[in-house]
Design a protein around this ligand. Structure first.
Ligand code: SAH
Length: 219
Protein backbone atom coordinates (compact mmCIF):
# COMPACT_ATOMS: atom_id res chain seq x y z
CA UNK A 1 0.00 0.00 0.00
CA UNK A 2 1.73 3.24 -1.11
CA UNK A 3 0.32 5.66 1.44
CA UNK A 4 3.51 7.11 2.90
CA UNK A 5 3.30 4.88 5.98
CA UNK A 6 4.89 1.65 4.66
CA UNK A 7 8.18 2.42 6.42
CA UNK A 8 6.39 2.94 9.75
CA UNK A 9 4.51 -0.33 9.26
CA UNK A 10 7.82 -2.16 8.64
CA UNK A 11 9.23 -0.71 11.85
CA UNK A 12 6.14 -1.88 13.73
CA UNK A 13 6.56 -5.37 12.24
CA UNK A 14 10.19 -5.42 13.43
CA UNK A 15 9.14 -4.30 16.92
CA UNK A 16 6.52 -7.07 17.07
CA UNK A 17 9.08 -9.68 15.92
CA UNK A 18 11.44 -8.56 18.70
CA UNK A 19 8.57 -9.02 21.19
CA UNK A 20 8.06 -12.60 19.98
CA UNK A 21 5.46 -12.54 17.20
CA UNK A 22 6.61 -15.11 14.62
CA UNK A 23 3.53 -16.06 12.58
CA UNK A 24 4.42 -14.81 9.08
CA UNK A 25 0.79 -14.34 8.03
CA UNK A 26 0.16 -12.14 11.09
CA UNK A 27 3.29 -10.07 10.39
CA UNK A 28 2.24 -9.72 6.74
CA UNK A 29 -1.18 -8.50 7.83
CA UNK A 30 0.40 -5.87 10.15
CA UNK A 31 2.66 -4.81 7.24
CA UNK A 32 -0.40 -4.37 5.02
CA UNK A 33 -3.33 -2.95 7.03
CA UNK A 34 -3.21 0.89 7.23
CA UNK A 35 -3.54 1.30 11.01
CA UNK A 36 -3.50 5.11 10.67
CA UNK A 37 -6.94 4.93 9.02
CA UNK A 38 -8.42 3.39 12.19
CA UNK A 39 -7.30 6.06 14.70
CA UNK A 40 -8.65 9.62 15.11
CA UNK A 41 -6.92 12.11 12.77
CA UNK A 42 -5.26 13.95 15.67
CA UNK A 43 -3.43 10.74 16.69
CA UNK A 44 -2.50 9.57 13.20
CA UNK A 45 1.18 10.39 13.78
CA UNK A 46 1.24 7.86 16.64
CA UNK A 47 -0.68 5.11 14.86
CA UNK A 48 2.34 2.85 14.28
CA UNK A 49 3.66 3.03 17.85
CA UNK A 50 3.11 -0.18 19.83
CA UNK A 51 0.62 1.46 22.19
CA UNK A 52 -3.14 1.61 22.77
CA UNK A 53 -4.79 4.89 21.71
CA UNK A 54 -8.21 6.47 22.43
CA UNK A 55 -10.77 6.10 19.61
CA UNK A 56 -13.74 7.96 21.15
CA UNK A 57 -16.79 6.80 23.17
CA UNK A 58 -14.37 6.09 26.07
CA UNK A 59 -12.87 3.17 24.13
CA UNK A 60 -9.38 2.38 22.84
CA UNK A 61 -7.72 0.74 19.88
CA UNK A 62 -5.68 -1.99 21.58
CA UNK A 63 -1.89 -2.22 21.57
CA UNK A 64 -0.66 -3.79 18.29
CA UNK A 65 1.39 -6.41 20.18
CA UNK A 66 -1.70 -7.69 21.99
CA UNK A 67 -3.73 -7.66 18.78
CA UNK A 68 -1.02 -9.54 16.88
CA UNK A 69 -0.58 -12.03 19.74
CA UNK A 70 -4.33 -12.65 19.88
CA UNK A 71 -4.41 -13.29 16.11
CA UNK A 72 -1.38 -15.60 16.39
CA UNK A 73 -3.00 -17.63 19.18
CA UNK A 74 -5.95 -18.44 16.89
CA UNK A 75 -3.54 -20.29 14.52
CA UNK A 76 -5.40 -19.19 11.40
CA UNK A 77 -4.64 -20.67 7.97
CA UNK A 78 -7.04 -18.65 5.82
CA UNK A 79 -9.90 -21.14 5.81
CA UNK A 80 -11.56 -20.28 9.14
CA UNK A 81 -14.75 -18.61 10.25
CA UNK A 82 -13.94 -16.18 13.05
CA UNK A 83 -16.04 -14.22 15.54
CA UNK A 84 -14.67 -11.00 17.09
CA UNK A 85 -16.25 -9.35 20.13
CA UNK A 86 -15.45 -5.63 20.47
CA UNK A 87 -14.95 -4.28 16.94
CA UNK A 88 -13.87 -0.89 18.29
CA UNK A 89 -11.89 0.84 15.55
CA UNK A 90 -12.10 -2.19 13.24
CA UNK A 91 -8.30 -2.53 12.98
CA UNK A 92 -8.09 -6.02 14.47
CA UNK A 93 -11.12 -6.95 12.35
CA UNK A 94 -9.02 -6.02 9.30
CA UNK A 95 -6.08 -8.14 10.51
CA UNK A 96 -8.46 -11.09 11.02
CA UNK A 97 -10.00 -10.53 7.58
CA UNK A 98 -6.56 -11.09 6.05
CA UNK A 99 -5.99 -14.25 8.12
CA UNK A 100 -9.34 -16.05 7.93
CA UNK A 101 -12.01 -16.83 5.35
CA UNK A 102 -14.78 -14.86 7.01
CA UNK A 103 -15.03 -12.57 10.04
CA UNK A 104 -18.13 -11.67 12.04
CA UNK A 105 -17.55 -8.80 14.45
CA UNK A 106 -19.84 -7.45 17.19
CA UNK A 107 -19.64 -3.98 18.81
CA UNK A 108 -21.98 -2.65 21.50
CA UNK A 109 -21.42 1.08 20.78
CA UNK A 110 -23.50 1.87 17.65
CA UNK A 111 -21.32 4.80 16.53
CA UNK A 112 -18.13 2.69 16.67
CA UNK A 113 -19.82 -0.19 14.82
CA UNK A 114 -20.94 2.21 12.08
CA UNK A 115 -17.53 3.85 11.71
CA UNK A 116 -15.65 0.55 11.65
CA UNK A 117 -18.08 -0.88 9.10
CA UNK A 118 -17.58 2.15 6.83
CA UNK A 119 -13.77 2.08 7.06
CA UNK A 120 -13.61 -1.67 6.41
CA UNK A 121 -15.84 -1.20 3.35
CA UNK A 122 -13.74 1.73 2.11
CA UNK A 123 -10.63 -0.45 2.39
CA UNK A 124 -12.40 -3.28 0.50
CA UNK A 125 -12.48 -5.93 3.22
CA UNK A 126 -15.33 -7.91 1.66
CA UNK A 127 -15.25 -10.94 3.99
CA UNK A 128 -16.27 -8.98 7.12
CA UNK A 129 -19.69 -8.42 8.69
CA UNK A 130 -20.06 -5.97 11.60
CA UNK A 131 -23.08 -6.07 13.88
CA UNK A 132 -24.19 -3.77 16.71
CA UNK A 133 -25.20 -5.97 19.67
CA UNK A 134 -24.13 -7.48 23.01
CA UNK A 135 -21.28 -9.75 21.93
CA UNK A 136 -21.23 -11.74 25.18
CA UNK A 137 -24.14 -13.71 23.69
CA UNK A 138 -22.09 -14.56 20.60
CA UNK A 139 -23.69 -14.62 17.16
CA UNK A 140 -25.56 -17.90 16.94
CA UNK A 141 -26.85 -17.89 13.33
CA UNK A 142 -23.27 -17.97 12.00
CA UNK A 143 -21.92 -20.47 14.57
CA UNK A 144 -19.97 -22.66 15.03
CA UNK A 145 -16.68 -20.75 14.80
CA UNK A 146 -13.13 -22.00 14.37
CA UNK A 147 -11.89 -19.05 16.39
CA UNK A 148 -13.27 -16.32 18.64
CA UNK A 149 -11.35 -13.28 19.86
CA UNK A 150 -12.66 -11.01 22.60
CA UNK A 151 -11.10 -7.53 22.71
CA UNK A 152 -12.56 -6.45 26.06
CA UNK A 153 -12.01 -7.58 29.66
CA UNK A 154 -14.37 -10.23 31.01
CA UNK A 155 -14.92 -11.39 34.62
CA UNK A 156 -15.18 -14.98 33.33
CA UNK A 157 -15.27 -17.00 30.14
CA UNK A 158 -18.77 -16.41 28.67
CA UNK A 159 -20.58 -19.75 28.27
CA UNK A 160 -22.32 -18.83 24.99
CA UNK A 161 -18.94 -18.18 23.34
CA UNK A 162 -17.54 -21.61 24.26
CA UNK A 163 -20.82 -23.18 23.12
CA UNK A 164 -20.45 -21.50 19.71
CA UNK A 165 -16.90 -22.84 19.16
CA UNK A 166 -16.30 -25.85 16.93
CA UNK A 167 -14.72 -28.92 18.57
CA UNK A 168 -11.02 -28.04 18.91
CA UNK A 169 -11.85 -24.36 18.28
CA UNK A 170 -9.82 -21.58 19.91
CA UNK A 171 -11.01 -18.59 21.97
CA UNK A 172 -8.73 -15.75 23.09
CA UNK A 173 -10.10 -13.55 25.89
CA UNK A 174 -8.77 -11.24 28.64
CA UNK A 175 -10.12 -12.61 31.93
CA UNK A 176 -9.92 -10.80 35.28
CA UNK A 177 -11.11 -7.65 37.01
CA UNK A 178 -12.04 -4.31 35.46
CA UNK A 179 -8.50 -3.13 36.25
CA UNK A 180 -6.25 -6.03 35.24
CA UNK A 181 -6.60 -9.25 33.33
CA UNK A 182 -4.74 -12.23 31.94
CA UNK A 183 -5.02 -12.88 28.21
CA UNK A 184 -6.31 -16.44 28.19
CA UNK A 185 -6.33 -19.08 25.46
CA UNK A 186 -9.31 -21.44 25.59
CA UNK A 187 -9.20 -24.59 23.45
CA UNK A 188 -12.48 -26.48 23.24
CA UNK A 189 -12.31 -30.26 23.62
CA UNK A 190 -12.51 -32.24 20.39
CA UNK A 191 -15.11 -34.60 21.81
CA UNK A 192 -17.33 -32.70 24.21
CA UNK A 193 -18.43 -29.35 25.65
CA UNK A 194 -15.39 -28.99 27.95
CA UNK A 195 -12.29 -26.87 27.38
CA UNK A 196 -8.75 -26.20 28.52
CA UNK A 197 -7.74 -22.64 29.52
CA UNK A 198 -4.12 -21.47 29.39
CA UNK A 199 -2.95 -18.09 30.78
CA UNK A 200 -0.77 -16.23 28.26
CA UNK A 201 0.17 -12.74 29.47
CA UNK A 202 -0.97 -9.84 31.69
CA UNK A 203 -3.06 -7.24 29.86
CA UNK A 204 -5.31 -4.22 30.46
CA UNK A 205 -8.46 -3.94 28.39
CA UNK A 206 -11.62 -1.83 28.66
CA UNK A 207 -14.48 -3.84 30.23
CA UNK A 208 -16.73 -6.21 28.31
CA UNK A 209 -20.18 -4.87 29.22
CA UNK A 210 -23.14 -7.19 28.80
CA UNK A 211 -25.14 -10.15 29.97
CA UNK A 212 -22.14 -12.48 30.35
CA UNK A 213 -19.60 -9.71 31.01
CA UNK A 214 -19.46 -6.88 33.56
CA UNK A 215 -22.65 -5.07 34.59
CA UNK A 216 -23.30 -1.81 32.76
CA UNK A 217 -22.41 1.30 34.79
CA UNK A 218 -25.48 2.88 36.40
CA UNK A 219 -26.66 5.93 34.51
N1 SAH B 1 -10.21 -4.50 18.73
C1 SAH B 1 -10.62 -3.16 19.06
C2 SAH B 1 -10.70 -3.03 20.55
C3 SAH B 1 -11.58 -1.92 20.99
S1 SAH B 1 -11.74 -1.79 22.74
C4 SAH B 1 -9.63 -2.17 18.50
O1 SAH B 1 -8.46 -2.48 18.55
O2 SAH B 1 -10.00 -1.10 18.04
C5 SAH B 1 -13.03 -2.93 23.10
C6 SAH B 1 -14.35 -2.70 22.43
O3 SAH B 1 -15.27 -3.64 22.97
C7 SAH B 1 -14.97 -1.33 22.67
O4 SAH B 1 -15.22 -0.72 21.43
C8 SAH B 1 -16.27 -1.64 23.42
O5 SAH B 1 -17.33 -0.77 23.09
C9 SAH B 1 -16.55 -3.06 22.98
N2 SAH B 1 -17.43 -3.83 23.85
C10 SAH B 1 -17.50 -3.84 25.19
N3 SAH B 1 -18.44 -4.71 25.62
C11 SAH B 1 -18.98 -5.28 24.50
C12 SAH B 1 -19.99 -6.28 24.26
N4 SAH B 1 -20.68 -6.85 25.26
N5 SAH B 1 -20.26 -6.61 22.98
C13 SAH B 1 -19.60 -6.04 21.94
N6 SAH B 1 -18.63 -5.10 22.11
C14 SAH B 1 -18.33 -4.72 23.36
Amino acid sequence: MSDGYAGYRSQLVEALQLKGIHDMAVLRAVATVPRHRFVPGTLEHRSYEDVALPIGAGQTISQPYVQARSCELLKLTGRERVLEIGTGSGYQTALLAMLAESVFSIERVPELARRAHEMLRELNFANVTVMHADGTLGWKPNAPYDGIVVAAASPEIPGPLVAQLKPGGRLVIPVGTREEQVLTLVVKDADGPGFEATPITDVRFVPLLGEFGFALPES
